[in-house]
Design a protein around this ligand. Structure first.
Ligand SMILES: C[SH](C)CC(=O)O
Length: 269
């Protein structure tokens, strides 16, 4: 019933992803900041796959829904979505995705360090690989196809770095479509330098712990400064931040564009 408050229409539920994701702590902050925090409101934790499938079903049935959303992500190309304005700037401005490596990597594996330090690409390029994977292509192959189609740019990440033999690299990541794309591209480029590369998916907290405990060599999944700012602070001093590998990402609450009268997070009340 369109005359009911939006909150009532969505059963006071914001459809989220896995609990430890930075977007979830930002959303809890947003619910407090915008007064969506009485006992009726809930932030549903599930997984990225469950969130995108619930989103797809709601859109198919033209139903109202509010999800934790981010770009680059295929959900913004596949569906007509809009971010809700965040006048209190709880989610932060445009986010960057940083490359984080373990202390000591530069000394132990200078070639891998150098390549990881140079890795950088644009949101549209990440979205390219993501869309191929979403269409069912194997991530390793989708990454390889992208590398072949962008060989000149990829060569700038390895130019002058000598080939290695008999060395391995362990990359960790979170199985968000965005990081499946970036981690597979980086893994394939490291393989082209001669490394044996193992990539392992996990939740955000173990991801940061894997670098801080030297269990892994590096990761390209750090959404900063706001989204994973808590982890950055918790593990300060136990990792090396190689800076942004992608600028202009964005995190927030998103709704289908057919929810005409909802344009700011405050409109949900
Ligand atoms: C789901 S966003 C890509 C990143 C995060 O929430 O930590």
């Amino acid at each position: 019933n369109p005359h009911e408050s939006v909150g009532k229409q969505i059963n006071y539920t914001i459809t989220g992803i896995e609990a430890g994701a930075g977007i979830m702590s930002s959303t809890q902050n947003a619910m407090k900041a915008y007064g969506l925090n009485n006992d009726k409101w809930q932030l549903q934790t599930s997984s990225t796959a469950a969130m995108t499938s619930t989103l797809g079903k709601s859109i198919k049935n033209h139903q109202p829904i509010v999800v934790t959303g981010w770009t680059p992500h295929w959900m913004f190309t596949k569906y007509n979505l809009k971010f809700l304005k965040d006048p209190k700037n709880v989610y932060g401005k445009a986010e960057d995705i940083h490359t984080i490596v373990r202390k000591g990597l530069k000394k132990d594996k200078p070639e891998a360090y150098e390549m990881l330090n140079r890795f950088n690409w644009k949101p549209a390029q990440m979205a390219d690989v993501m869309l191929k994977v979403n269409k069912g292509e194997d991530p390793h192959k989708a990454a390889n196809d992208w590398i072949k189609a962008n060989q000149k740019q990829v060569d700038t990440w390895t130019k002058g770095i000598k080939h290695v033999h008999g060395q391995s690299i362990k990359l960790t990541y979170v199985a968000w479509d965005s990081e499946i794309a970036s981690t597979n591209v980086v893994a394939n480029v490291l393989r082209s330098l001669g490394y044996k590369v193992d990539i392992q998916a996990m939740e955000v907290q173990p991801l940061w712990a894997s670098i801080a405990t030297n269990a892994a060599d590096g990761m390209v999944s750090a959404w900063l400064p706001t989204t994973q700012g808590l982890y950055y602070k918790d593990y300060k001093g136990k990792f090396v931040d190689l800076g942004a590998n992608l600028h202009g990402a964005r995190v927030g609450l998103a709704v289908p564009t057919y929810m005409k009268n909802v344009n700011s997070i405050g409109d949900l009340k």
